[in-house]
Design a protein around this ligand. Structure first.
Ligand SMILES: [Zn+2]
Length: 132
């Protein structure tokens, strides 16, 4: 079954505020490197972003590769690690773990699209906490 497209802010299939009650906002900026099956230089899609405050946030960024199955970029896991370590900013690279299946008889190949991301988190203030 195809996943339903949802607008709004979600992570781990839940409303963002339920998944991460300690966060007031999460912003992600990224660019995607898309590889074509015929090889050659990757196409880079730049300037992509989403934020909880702006009302659009997906825990898993969809992979832009046509025909990619089971792929995507799980920024929700990055955020989970960041919250555990109380980090506010993190940059890195995620590689798609999906497969591109050919028509019958053709071998499925791993999708190698990748994103370079930058995540910025805003934590909710706890009362009694001073500024740094
Ligand atoms: Zn993919």
């Amino acid at each position: 079954m195809a996943q339903r497209e949802t607008r709004g802010a979600t992570a781990f299939g839940k409303p963002f505020g339920t998944a991460f009650p300690q966060l007031a906002d999460a912003e992600v900026e990224w660019e995607e490197e898309a590889y074509t099956l015929s090889g050659g230089a990757p196409q880079v899609r730049q300037g992509l972003r989403m934020s909880v405050k702006e009302g659009y946030f997906q825990g898993t960024i969809r992979c832009g590769q046509a025909g990619c199955a089971g792929g995507g970029f799980e920024v929700e896991r990055i955020i989970q690690f960041m919250v555990q370590d109380a980090l506010e900013e993190r940059e890195g690279v995620l590689v798609c773990g999906g497969w591109i299946g050919g028509p019958e008889g053709e071998e499925a190949r791993p999708c190698v699209n990748a994103i370079r991301y930058r995540v910025r988190l805003t934590y909710r203030r706890r009362s009694g906490e001073g500024d740094a």
